[in-house]
Design a protein around this ligand. Structure first.
Ligand code: PEP
Ligand code: MG
Length: 741
């Protein structure tokens, strides 16, 4: 078992590092054949356009057949595996009615056949086949092949993208487009700037050196740069850290000066590898040697070598670029784009965002929408180590990233932009009209805010419905002190006064990490989030509340909102702390008012207790992003389950209804500040449920206003009542499509 697991791991790792699809497939067939000791291993990939399965690599069949054997999915045993999307393990293959003979393969000699489909995200990528002279393949081999095919699916998809950079067999499978999740609308063209806090050696693929001399020169210059950095760091830290720790820098330098490490890397380059690949191999070898040492001190040194490898890699493939070296049109690409990364970018040159992690309702997507920058998230298959400097197109509507944009596509983008500009121009004409439906129902629209750049009073907004205070916390390198917070909050309150500004207390955790307060949890969305964190840290909470209340002096438009309330006692405890802060500063500042306190309804327990909560606070606001996530048990940040994240699910609609009814019963205002509010179709459904206050990104405001102006609230309400009677989410989806198409 263990050895099978190791074999599996080794093959997958090797395939992940292959520099092209052709290499990846060659590795797959030869390693699997060797590990299982079978006569033939072949891989067919599915070509979508023709619907054919094409033999692209084989170890055992005649190599002349590669690229020539093409089987429609409706034919042959290979097609049968693909069509059924199931493994097929048979003997007497050539007598099988589905058997189709290809003389160029020489396969007539093999009696036994085992085929398993390779499926990635529900899509057929190809088929993996084993053949042997006789005897049915054992269950163990069958289960190994199923396991490895499922693991290789991702690696093959990845290689299809990476391989796109070079020519070679299998190039027709090179994908020009990778798909993720639509994060923020719009389309952008620019050059990829890969920024990542961690440059990972393990993600570096094998690639041949195009010019060996240049690769050696690149490596030597990286070496020089790292030595310089280490010297500087060691000098800077003199007297600040114990001498023993400082000695580490000298040890690093000695290793870099030593002949063996450098020479091994140069030798790898001379043997034909590009510099990053050579570095990865040599570092991996040294790490392995140290890890196997008996002496615990020496074993620990493996980490130092890894660290050194990372530094060299960073110098070799600059992951973070200085502002001056950045292209004019930036597409920011990172494993996980954070608020801090966005803050470091020259925002006027930032055209698009691509994040390997996250999904359409992640906070990165919310930030991108607030900044009005097209974004695609959850693009797992993007080979981040090969993308820097490439021209990309980010389509935030379809969730696609184009790796080799054609002139035709760029022209289409220009045309699309033109249409968008015209629509925006038309929307501008709605600015002065009153916010009222066709049949005279008044609606209030509010804005969601949190970025320094979006603090501009919007003439259509009735105020700020959600100010996410964590954003200013996330772009700093320490907790902001009270005066700093006071200045930020004062500016927002002053900008909107006398209109109300709803400030949410610090809501970190989940996918919102503070760089200076890392929270490591297995289930961060079920963990230390929002009010749970701040109640555990009253010193942070009290400082924030004091800063808010002080900022409210003389203005009186502050409303305080509590995130992630799941228990009435959290509301009570937070209210006591708010009262404490109020009594501490009362009298010190002229006309301080005790702000209204509201509760976010975003956890199912709060829905069930909404009547009780409504009686004990001043207003309610629905966090539909989290409410959907928690009601459906779908991580809003996980692209794998994005398909089932559904804010129109009957359970979500029923919860939304229950909340608005409770607010009315206890005469407490109820607004909604999740992303649903900013989508014109969702907004109409919310109005039909009885919501009259919607809070959204400023950029969505006019589009929602347009729908409101065209709406007949009465008939909309009747229609939404009928939606509430539907139990099947697909039927709800169809009903919505029908009404709005
Ligand atoms: C929500 O959950 O809907 C919400 C508005 O808060 P956030 O997206 O910041 O979690
Ligand atoms: Mg929330």
């Amino acid at each position: 078992m263990d050895s099978m697991l190791n074999t599996l791991r080794r093959i997958v790792q090797e395939v992940n590092r292959a520099g092209s699809l052709h290499d990846a497939l060659k590795i797959i067939v030869s390693r699997i054949k060797g590990a299982l000791k079978v006569d033939v291993c072949s891989v067919y990939l599915h070509e979508e356009e023709s619907g054919e399965l094409i033999l692209l690599a084989t170890d055992g069949l005649l190599s002349a057949a590669i690229g020539r054997v093409k089987i429609p999915v409706t034919e042959g045993l290979v097609g049968w595996v693909a069509g059924r999307a199931e493994p097929i393990n048979i003997v007497g293959a050539s007598n099988h009615p589905r058997y189709r003979y290809f003389p160029e393969t020489g396969e007539e000699r093999y009696d036994s056949f085992l085929g398993v489909p390779i499926i990635h995200h529900r899509q057929l990528l190809g088929v993996l086949i084993l053949q042997q002279f006789e005897g049915r393949f054992s269950e163990e081999i069958e289960s190994f092949l199923i396991t490895i095919a499922s693991q290789l699916a991702g690696a093959i998809a990845h290689a299809e993208v990476s391989g796109g950079a070079r020519k070679g067999r299998g190039e027709r499978f090179s994908r020009r487009v990778v798909t993720g999740r639509a994060g923020a609308p719009g389309i952008a063209v620019g050059r990829a700037v890969v920024t990542d806090t961690e440059c990972k050696l393990s993600t570096i693929v094998d690639q041949p050196a195009e010019n060996i001399k240049e690769e050696i020169a690149l490596f030597r210059s990286a070496l020089k740069q790292v030595k310089k950095e280490l010297k500087k760091m060691s000098t800077n830290l003199k007297g600040q850290i114990p001498e023993d720790d400082r000695a580490l820098f000298n040890a690093y330098r000695m290793l870099l000066d030593g002949r063996s490490f450098n020479q091994e890397i140069v030798a790898q380059i001379k043997a034909g590898s590009w510099a990053p690949g050579a570095l990865r191999k040599v570092v991996a070898h040294h790490v392995e040697v140290f890890r196997e040492m008996d002496d615990p001190y020496l074993r620990e040194r493996a980490n130092d070598i890894e660290d050194l490898g990372r530094r060299l890699l960073k110098a070799l493939v600059p992951c973070e670029s200085s502002a001056t070296a950045l292209p004019k049109n930036i597409i920011l690409v990172a494993e996980e784009v954070s608020a801090a990364m966005l803050a470091e970018m020259p925002i006027r040159r930032l055209r698009g965002i691509v994040s390997l992690r996250g999904s359409g309702n992640s906070h990165t997507a919310i930030l991108a929408r607030a900044l009005n920058i097209p974004a695609v998230l959850g693009v797992n298959d993007l080979p981040i180590s090969m993308i820097a400097g490439r021209e990309l197109v980010v389509d935030g509507d379809s969730g696609e990233v184009h790796l080799k944009p054609s002139a035709k596509l760029k022209k289409e983008i220009r045309d699309r932009r033109q249409v968008e500009a015209e629509i925006n121009h038309e929307l501008e004409a709605l600015r002065d009209l009153p916010m009222v439906t066709r049949d005279g129902v008044d609606i209030e629209l509010y804005v969601n805010s949190g970025l320094a750049s979006d603090i501009v009073c919007n003439p259509d907004a009735s105020g700020v419905g959600l100010y996410r205070t964590e954003f200013p916390f996330m772009v700093r390198d320490r907790f902001p002190v009270e005066d700093e917070q006071f200045r930020i909050y004062r500016k927002v309150l002053e900008t909107y006064a006398p209109l109300p500004v709803t400030m949410r207390t610090l809501d970190i955790g989940g996918d919102k990490a503070l760089p200076y307060f890392p929270i490591e949890e297995d289930n961060p969305f079920l963990g230390w989030r929002g009010i749970r964190f701040t109640l555990d840290h009253p010193e942070i909470f009290l400082v924030q509340i004091r800063a808010m209340l002080r900022a409210n002096a003389g203005l009186g438009n502050l409303r305080i909102m509590l995130p992630m309330i799941s228990d009435i006692n959290e509301l009570k405890a937070a209210t006591i702390l708010i009262d404490q802060a109020y009594s501490e500063i009362w009298g010190e500042y002229e006309s301080i008012k005790r702000a209204e306190i509201g509760v976010m309804i975003e956890v199912p327990s709060a829905v069930y207790q909404v009547e009780l909560i409504a009686q004990q606070c001043d207003f309610l606001s629905v966090g539909s992003n989290d409410l959907t996530q928690y009601l459906l048990a779908v991580d809003r940040n996980n692209p794998r389950v994005a398909e089932i994240y559904d804010s129109f699910h009957p359970a979500v609609l029923m919860a939304l209804k229950q909340i608005v009814v409770a607010g009315k019963k206890y005469k407490k205002p109820v607004s909604i500040c999740g992303e649903m509010a900013g989508d014109p179709i969702s907004a109409m459904i919310l109005l039909g449920l009885g919501y009259r206050q919607l809070s959204m990104n400023a950029s969505s405001l006019l589009r929602v206003k347009q729908s409101i102006l065209e709406l007949n609230a009465k008939s909309n309400r009747r229609w939404v009542d009928s939606l509430l009677k539907i139990g099947d989410p697909v039927e709800i989806y169809i009903a919505i499509q029908k009404r709005f198409s």
